[in-house]
Design a protein around this ligand. Structure first.
Ligand code: GN1
Ligand code: MG
Length: 396
């Protein structure tokens, strides 16, 4: 939790951000519309998201219970009702799968954040003054980390993503709505970047000039995963959409992954977006918010751990073409995130919330630095993938 300051970050929703001091009563009244199990003891900002606005609600016990109250960013999610429908469909599917057994989890704990419905009409959200609010259970006795702290943790994050994919691998993607059209379709981000750039004032800052050249050198590469999808090598599956390290909850007592949270971006997609996103996040030990650009690098030892953990749970449903595109996935998603941050910087920070001027430019530079580090280690990363593939999926 970043604390109170997070709430006064610039708000990319186009709506005025709520601050606790001025609107305690309004926030409590929104939370009370949901079917909570007790009296609200506290309501605090939960501040690390770049898109939505989140609060943690603590309810009196026993046992004391925590919930996450969120205002969905309607500019990013124009159909928040469909976001909720996807989360509910995912929860029901995973419940069925867990009841059947036979997952890579064995006796391990695994949870899905639950949607709390409203008192009375049982709607899974509240609309107030044009804003869309929902309440989700907090995964108790667990915590998350903004950066990976150890090899064991990296392996757990990978395993967590593998379990998540395993449990939804038989959920038909057509049953999920496309709630964020174009999400992770890199050529679309490139088109949007070009449109924004055409309207932006000519760049004079060296960092921006560097970024523009960086993007230009990788234009052809941007379509690598979508081309594989068009040619039928890769196919749509249900995905998480945002499996960065702090969206994987670790059980407090054991340090084991026990849930993936932040399910807003669950929708049909390529699992490579998820694998690439998880790797670009976990294998950047300084984290995506670092100011120490020179020191940013892709840690191949952590990559080994994440991929081993992932494959331990997921190798059963990966195809040969899936393996063939793993390296492209990790390179592409760090490049894509850099491109998204850069575009938002050029557009005047309308999508990602920012803490200070130039924040999105700095974030873009970090992702581009990471991309360069990945490119410099291509042979080692490809060798690692080949080695794990031979061990875990012989013949694939
Ligand atoms: C956004 O809001 P948050 O932090 O959960 C973004 C992700 C990015 C991430 C980078 C819907 O996620 O795609 O990878 O920032 N989510 C959306 O930190 O655009
Ligand atoms: Mg997210």
């Amino acid at each position: 939790m970043r604390g109170r300051h997070a709430i006064i970050r610039t708000c990319a929703t186009g709506e005025r951000p709520m601050t606790l001091g001025e609107s305690d009563a309004a926030l409590v009244s929104i939370a009370e519309a949901f079917d909570l199990p007790g009296r609200i003891r506290s309501l605090e900002p939960l501040g690390s998201g770049n898109v939505n606005e989140s609060f943690v609600v603590v309810c009196d016990g026993p046992p004391e219970r925590r919930f996450v109250l969120q205002r969905l960013n309607r500019r990013v999610f124009p159909r928040p009702d469909l976001v909720m429908a996807n989360i509910l469909a995912l929860g029901e599917h995973v419940d069925r799968r867990l009841a059947q057994g036979g997952s890579p989890l064995g006796e391990r704990r695994w949870e899905v954040p639950r949607v709390v419905r409203c008192r009375g009409d049982q709607r899974p959200w509240v609309e107030r003054d044009g804003a869309f609010w929902r309440l989700i259970t907090f995964i108790e006795s667990s915590r998350s980390f903004d950066v990976v702290a150890s090899a064991a943790q990296a392996r757990e994050v990978g395993f967590g993503l593998g379990v998540f994919h395993h449990l939804i691998s038989d959920l038909p993607p057509a049953g999920l709505a496309d709630t964020l059209e174009g999400f992770h379709i890199t050529p679309r981000y490139l088109e949007h970047y070009d449109a924004v750039l055409a309207k932006a004032p000519a760049a004079v800052v060296n960092e921006v000039l560097h970024c523009l050249a960086f993007v230009d050198e990788r234009r052809d590469f941007a379509s690598v995963l979508e081309a594989a999808r068009d040619s039928g090598q890769l196919r749509l599956r249900p995905i998480h959409g945002d499996p960065k390290v702090n969206n994987v909850m670790m059980e407090a007592c054991s340090g084991r992954a026990c849930a993936l949270v932040d399910l807003d971006t669950v929708k049909p997609g390529l699992i490579h977006y998820d694998i690439g996103d998880c790797l670009r996040s976990c294998c950047n030990p300084l984290g995506e918010e670092t100011a120490d650009l020179e020191a940013v690098s892709f840690d191949i030892d952590l990559c080994r751990e994440v991929l081993s953990g992932y494959l331990a749970a997921a190798s059963g449903f990966l195809t040969a073409a899936d393996y063939d595109h793993l390296y492209a996935a990790v390179r592409l998603i760090s490049f894509e995130l850099g491109l998204r941050f850069l575009t938002d910087h050029l557009a005047g920070n309308v999508y990602f919330r920012t803490d200070q001027p130039g924040h999105n430019l700095q974030r873009a530079l970090v992702q581009f630095r990471l991309t360069e580090s990945i490119e410099a280690q291509e042979i080692q990363i490809q060798d690692l993938i080949a080695e794990l593939r031979a061990d875990l999926a012989p013949g694939c």
